[in-house]
Design a protein. Structure first.
Ligand SMILES: *[C@@H]1O[C@H](CO)[C@@H](O)[C@H](O)[C@H]1NC(C)=O
Ligand SMILES: *[C@@H]1O[C@H](CO)[C@@H](O)[C@H](O)[C@H]1NC(C)=O
Ligand SMILES: *[C@@H]1O[C@H](CO)[C@@H](O)[C@H](O)[C@H]1NC(C)=O
Length: 256
């Protein structure tokens, strides 16, 4: 099941309420459940590393750079020729490499795991203020080239650590949701830089007014919960129209 933020605030609130109601149903939403426990999540590492990224990959004149944060975990790495797993971070801060199934796979395949924070998120913002002008370098196309440049940079620094040159480890990319789309596009666009891609719940097709999203939530929730969900959505819509400040305050979102 595809999960992304529903477009309307009232839907979001109803959705969160529904998550409270159905959170005992494990099949419903692994991703949202994960988020609620993310503070206690174990990381393989959260020791940040930095490298200088090109701000605009499509201008031959603009030489500006910004610091991009990344992580590496080498405990399972089969030196020197094991695979390298690149876990792509998406539209949120990337605070480390979580100890999830990628770690299990890394252990099995003797892989190094590296992860790059997406430009403009977390600590990888090229600008201090996010004015419209400053936001023009935020795009999935730029992000794909960030990944390609990082991949080359990391391979070269690994080579120099191992006193060798012109050697390529096999690279495999992973992503979920938006970063799942990046993962699929990366493989398509740079087939010479990766031997494979896992694109989980990848949003590779933009659909306007995607009502199937709500239908799927209704189906997963079951008829009883779906009816409650629709009622709550309706009530929240009404309240947003009549007294949105009070309603938002109830959810700690008065400033939104
Ligand atoms: C990034 O660029 C800055 C400024 O030019 C430099 O001081 C720093 O050493 C560079 N960092 C890396 C990791 O190359
Ligand atoms: C690489 O070369 C340096 C200098 O010759 C040496 O000190 C180091 O141990 C070498 N590293 C490896 C991994 O072989
Ligand atoms: C979205 O699609 C639904 C169902 O087809 C329709 O009722 C609704 O008016 C559409 N909304 C927008 C904003 O296009």
């Amino acid at each position: 099941m595809k999960l992304a933020a529903p477009p309307l605030p009232s839907l979001w609130i109803a959705f969160l309420i529904s998550m409270l109601l159905v959170s005992s149903n494990a099949a419903f939403s692994p991703r949202i459940l994960q988020q609620s426990t993310s503070n206690s999540k174990n990381y393989l590492t959260n020791e940040a590393l930095w490298f200088n990224q090109t701000l605009d990959h499509f201008s031959p004149y603009d030489r500006r750079q910004f610091g991009q944060r990344y992580y590496e975990f080498l405990d399972h790495f089969r030196t020197p020729d094991g695979p390298i797993f690149l876990k792509i971070c998406g539209e949120s801060a990337c605070n480390g490499i979580p100890n999830d199934y990628i770690s299990v796979l890394a252990n099995k395949f003797g892989a190094a795991v590296v992860s790059l924070e997406h430009r403009y998120y977390g600590k990888s913002s090229p600008f201090k203020s996010l004015t419209t002008e400053n936001l023009k370098y935020l795009s999935s196309k730029q992000a794909l080239f960030d990944l390609a440049v990082f991949r080359q940079y990391y391979q070269e620094s690994l080579n120099s650590k191992l006193n060798r040159s012109n050697v390529e480890n096999p690279w495999f990319v992973f992503g979920v949701s938006y970063s799942g789309a990046l993962s699929a596009w990366f493989r398509l666009k740079f087939p010479h830089l990766t031997c494979g891609s896992l694109a989980s719940s990848a949003v590779v097709l933009a659909v306007y007014n995607f009502t199937e999203f709500d239908k799927q939530i209704g189906e997963s929730a079951g008829p009883e919960c779906k009816a409650v969900l629709q009622e709550i959505t309706h009530l929240v819509d009404q309240r947003l129209a009549s007294n949105d400040k009070e309603l938002k305050a109830m959810f700690g979102a008065a400033e939104v």
